[in-house]
Design a binder for this molecule. Structure first.
Ligand SMILES: Cc1ncc(COP(=O)(O)O)c(C=O)c1O
Length: 387
């Protein structure tokens, strides 16, 4: 656990989280708990593998070797009880690229693409950038937890949607959808002929009482109707290495996706992305177990702190991800006032809830994947902002 206590200076590494606050928030000197990367080093095996490859010194074109495919398949099988074949895999620089590629491959301009707000901002952006139509079936907040409005979901499907962008586990709400919920969504999509892109980038970051189910693993028919996206970037903090995986069992869909990647001129991953991915999936499991225990502890600290110091702010029950979705509505402030207090009084950079679409008003998202002392600093600033 002490590994995760190490405070690492990330300044002068072109870190978006630490050094791009001026561009994003209009201010410097903010305490950064916003964008979803961690302030931790990855497993030592990943660093060693990168160093070894760097020492070789020749960095010509690289393909994705069989050993990497096997490492991915073994990880998915062990962690998520889903047997996949190496031949089902395609690769993208990031999951956002995979989302955009799926939109280009499986829909036409003007087509309706379904999502469930509040949700990760690029879901909206990729639909709009590709001139498709955003169709929203908002999640319902019941008590302290999000659930799906299946009747509204079906209504939208009935009107015709080509693609559903599912966020599983859910960012920003931290829900780890149950098998029943996934099955119900999956069957409705099958009924109305709607493909599913399941963004499972947070699937390894699930707290111990919960279990992630890949939606494609539930039934044979569903496995043919889903494009599943995973990545070592979120799990092992490798976002700068730009490597993600699309798992597509259906041959026709996989060919369509692959052809679209080729049209983009995208053929393979960065050498270090491949090396890091293989090492992480082969040797990162013990590190991940420790990480989850550390995050659980950070989460509990935040919950206790809020209860004692800022009871007007409540945290949505977080079953997975290292992101906490804080309900600030009882403070009675507008989103502009929330932002101004956080930035000017607290000097704290959190993601504004409004970025996540309908239902995000009055919320902020806090990233707790940092040393406990950093969390404490952030919470003290939160208190300064609102007390
Ligand atoms: C749900 C979700 N999808 C995708 C991403 C980013 O993926 P990538 O960096 O691989 O494009 C994030 C990052 O926070 C995310 O939360």
């Amino acid at each position: 656990m002490t590994f995760f206590n190490e405070k690492i200076d990330r300044l002068n590494t072109a870190s978006v989280k630490w050094e791009a606050t001026k561009e994003i928030f209009g201010e410097t000197d903010l305490w950064p708990m916003w964008v979803a990367d961690m302030d931790f080093k990855p497993p030592q095996a990943v660093i060693e593998a990168i160093k070894k490859r760097a020492d070789h010194g020749v960095f010509g074109y690289t393909f994705i070797p069989e050993s990497t495919k096997q490492a991915i398949a073994a990880w998915v099988s062990k962690r998520h009880s889903w047997t996949i074949d190496g031949s089902w895999l395609l690769y993208c620089s990031g999951v956002v690229q995979a989302i955009s590629t799926a939109i280009q491959a499986f829909t036409e301009e003007g087509d309706r693409v379904l999502l469930q707000s509040p949700v990760y901002t690029p879901f909206f952006e990729m639909i709009k950038q590709n001139n498709r139509t955003v169709v929203n079936s908002p999640l319902i907040l019941e008590g302290n937890q999000y659930r799906i409005d299946f009747a509204a979901f079906e209504e939208e499907l009935k009107k015709g949607c080509k693609l559903f962008l599912l966020c599983s586990p859910h960012n920003p709400g931290g829900r780890v959808w149950t098998k029943d919920e996934l099955l119900q969504m999956g069957e409705l999509c099958l009924k109305y002929n709607c493909l599913i892109l399941s963004d499972e980038i947070h699937s390894d970051l699930v707290y111990k009482e919960y279990k992630h189910t890949p939606i494609a693993s539930i039934t044979e028919t569903l496995s043919e109707n889903v494009i599943t996206c995973i990545a070592p970037s979120k799990t092992f903090n490798l976002a700068g290495l730009q490597a993600s995986v699309a798992i597509i069992k259906n041959n026709t869909l996989r060919k369509q996706f692959d052809d679209t990647l080729k049209r983009q001129g995208f053929f393979t991953l960065n050498t270090f992305g491949i090396i890091a991915m293989e090492a992480a999936y082969l040797e990162g499991e013990a590190w991940l177990e420790e990480l989850m225990a550390y995050l659980q502890d950070n989460k509990q600290y935040v919950l206790n702190f809020l209860q004692e110091n800022l009871p007007e702010i409540t945290c949505i029950d977080s079953e997975g991800t290292y992101l906490l979705w804080l309900d600030c509505r009882k403070l009675g402030l507008s989103d502009q006032e929330l932002r101004a207090s956080l930035l000017q009084k607290g000097r704290l950079a959190l993601e504004p809830g409004t970025k996540y679409g309908l239902g995000g008003e009055g919320f902020v998202r806090m990233n707790i994947a940092c040393p406990k002392e950093h969390v404490i600093e952030g919470l003290n600033r939160l208190k300064m902002a609102f007390k």
